[in-house]
Design a binder for this molecule. Structure first.
Ligand code: HEM
Length: 496
């Protein structure tokens, strides 16, 4: 009873008082639901229509509550997601301090962890404290140096397959395609191979189940909000349980068969893919006392897929949309790719020479950052700049708004202008944070950049593409920024 009282009334009241004393204000919360209805009403109004034309001025549409409240209450304001207080900050110095200095004192909240526990469990993305530290240490080598480079070959192979299916579509008379579907498929293919290599077919089934689970959990949180509702034998809960069981069974089978091969001497290692590397680490660290068990390895595999698949597919989809609607940049990037590769398939040595492509990718990540928000929860009282942040306060970094700020990027902040990444030293980690910053930044960012460069370079040298008359520009946020109706482009094969 005390915990409930504290969670619903005492802690929120204490936090509101502390913040009000420091001059941080915000919209008045309603009992229990806070400002949830206000946010929903802002969003339903701003996204009720598609945008008139292709404009990248999306903050009013995707974060209308941020726009209204920051105008009314200033750069720092507080609003309430139910009984959970959220402090919005946009000042670069505060953000850097929070994400670097306080990376262990501010992490993932109980609510976030609960919402994702059925599909990614205790994996790196949702881990906190010393668990996070150990897990990051174990996973980091998989995304660095020679191991990272070793994924280039499989990325090229998967892209060839995707280009062939685009070619087939064109040859069968379809000149218009929804490019997002192809980008989603190729990025799922790449991550399945990188994680499971020879067990790739089972890997694909696992990820299919994971995608279904994610959507079920999302629906369940909207429909079942009564305390203890996760224990009800509802249809959602039954489906979640059975899909989770099937997914874990498949993962266990893969891991067990590799362990068996090592035990009977048929193989000397657990494999060179991400899964093999995690099992090797688990075996070699048995004596360290850190309990990395099979469940954690399974959670880690699911996490890499969840965190890396859709984000990369969206980066690719938005970049194609930008290039398809900016033909002069498409030409410039194509000329660069042709000059660097000289008819060869892109290799690791070529990638660092794709300067224009890199600028376009950065501009795409700036305008359409797949992760629009970075949430953190203070686990203890901290001092952030001049602010005293009490334990239990959520801090909310609106990446999208920072990336579109005229104060930071200039008058053309809402224009597609990749040149800004050539002529002006931007500040990664302060103004440009598509992969977050500090110790908890994206572990897979080099993997994602390498993948994006390979796929885009191969696509652009094989096809020219133009935005279709049927494309409706309607970005929406469902965890990540998505094109509501996909991105339709006219494709024309190039004669080599
Ligand atoms: C364009 C593609 C990607 C974007 C924009 C992106 C963005 C991000 C961001 C913003 C975070 C920080 C989230 C937070 O702390 O709240 C993050 C974390 C993470 N990302 Fe990515 N990501 C991308 C691709 C990938 C890939 C390809 C992988 C793996 C294969 C990956 C794995 C992870 C993991 C495991 C974390 C958690 C790291 C930690 O907490 O230590 N991401 N990503």
């Amino acid at each position: 009873a005390y915990d409930t009282l504290s969670c619903y009334f005492l802690t929120p009241r204490r936090i509101r008082k502390i913040m009000a004393k420091q001059g941080v204000r915000g919209p008045k919360p309603r009992p229990l639901i806070g400002n949830i209805l206000d946010v929903a009403s802002f969003l339903s109004q701003s996204t009720s229509k598609d945008m008139d034309h292709i404009t990248h001025d999306t903050v009013n549409r995707l974060l209308p509550h941020y726009v209204a409240w920051s105008r009314q209450y200033g750069k720092r304001f507080i609003f309430w997601n139910g009984v959970e207080p959220r402090l919005c900050i946009t000042e670069p110095e505060l953000i850097k301090e929070l994400l670097t200095k306080y990376s262990s004192k501010a992490g993932k909240s109980w609510l976030q962890r609960e919402g994702t526990k059925h599909f990614i469990g205790r994996g790196l993305l949702m881990a906190n404290g010393s668990d996070w530290h150990h897990q990051r240490h174990i996973a980091a080598p998989a995304f660095m140096g020679e191991r990272l480079k070793s994924y280039a070959g499989l990325m090229v192979e998967c892209t060839k397959k995707m280009l062939q299916s685009l070619q087939n579509a064109v040859e069968s008379g379809r000149s218009e395609v929804e490019i997002g579907e192809y980008m989603t498929r190729v990025s799922a293919d790449i991550i399945s191979r990188a994680e499971f290599d020879s067990s790739y077919e089972k890997g694909k089934r696992i990820f299919h189940l994971l995608t279904e689970l994610q959507s079920l959990c999302h629906q369940a949180t909207r429909h079942l909000c009564l305390p203890g509702s996760r224990f009800f034998p509802s249809n959602y809960n039954r489906q979640i349980k059975s899909k989770k069981m099937e997914m874990d069974k498949l993962l266990l089978e893969i891991i067990q068969s590799r362990k068996d091969c090592v035990e009977i001497g048929r193989s000397s290692s657990y494999g060179n893919d991400l899964l093999g590397m995690l099992v090797n680490e688990m075996e070699s660290r048995r004596s360290d006392g850190f309990n990395i068990n099979l469940q954690l390895i399974m959670d880690e595999c699911k996490t890499f897929f969840f965190a890396g698949h859709e984000t990369t597919a969206l980066l690719l989809t938005w970049t194609v949309m930008l290039l398809a609607s900016n033909p002069s940049w498409q030409e410039k990037v194509r000329a660069e790719v042709n000059e660097v590769c000289n008819g060869e398939t892109p290799s690791i040595d070529h990638l660092s020479k794709f300067n224009l492509l890199n600028m376009v990718i950065n501009e795409s990540l700036r305008l359409y950052p797949p992760a629009t928000l970075l949430p953190r929860m203070a686990f203890e009282d901290i001092k952030l700049g001049d602010l005293h942040i009490p334990k239990g306060l959520q801090i909310w970094i609106p990446v999208l708004a920072i990336h579109h700020s005229e104060e930071i990027w200039g008058k053309d902040a809402n224009e597609f202008n990749p040149d800004r990444f050539a002529s002006r030293p931007f500040a990664p980690g302060r103004h440009f944070i598509p992969f977050a910053t500090g110790p908890r930044n994206c572990i897979g960012q080099s993997f994602a950049r390498m993948e994006a460069k390979i796929i885009l370079a191969m696509l652009i040298s094989r096809f020219s593409f133009q935005i279709s008359d049927g494309y409706r520009h309607a970005p929406v946020v469902v965890l990540t920024i998505k094109p509501k109706y996909g991105v339709q482009v006219y494709l024309k094969p190039l004669i080599s």
